[in-house]
Design a protein around this ligand. Sequence first.
Ligand code: AMP
Ligand code: ZN
Length: 112
Amino acid sequence: MLDKNCVFCRIVRGELPSGKVYEDDKMVVFKDLEPKAKVHLLAVPKDHFKLLEEADSERAQTLAHMLLKIPEIAKSNGCKNGYRLIVNQGDDANQTVHHLHIHILGGEKLPE
Ligand code: AMP
Ligand code: ZN
């Protein structure tokens, strides 16, 4: 399901430009507009949902697929020496885009 008002759905559909570095049938990965590290990518499922608790078995398979792909995508985009994954969930975590996404941060030594 896509949400016509969602910025990440619009990127998935190609309606908004993005610095896309990877795409397959289940996910896209693009550069964060306001990078918080030398490398800052967002891995986004093509299916629109906000929270992990909304995942059914098909979405769980997509999430597993994303986690299995992220190591090679991170490495080939400059995370040679490790990286950090962040998934903000809901208001207390300041989730601003209500389409689940995995932040990939690296390319330098990150703060502890
Ligand atoms: P979160 O706080 O986890 O919801 O993070 C949302 C992230 O999306 C932020 O780091 C934003 O900089 C990023 N972002 C918002 N709009 C865009 C966009 N059009 N292209 C790339 N990154 C975006
Ligand atoms: Zn969306």
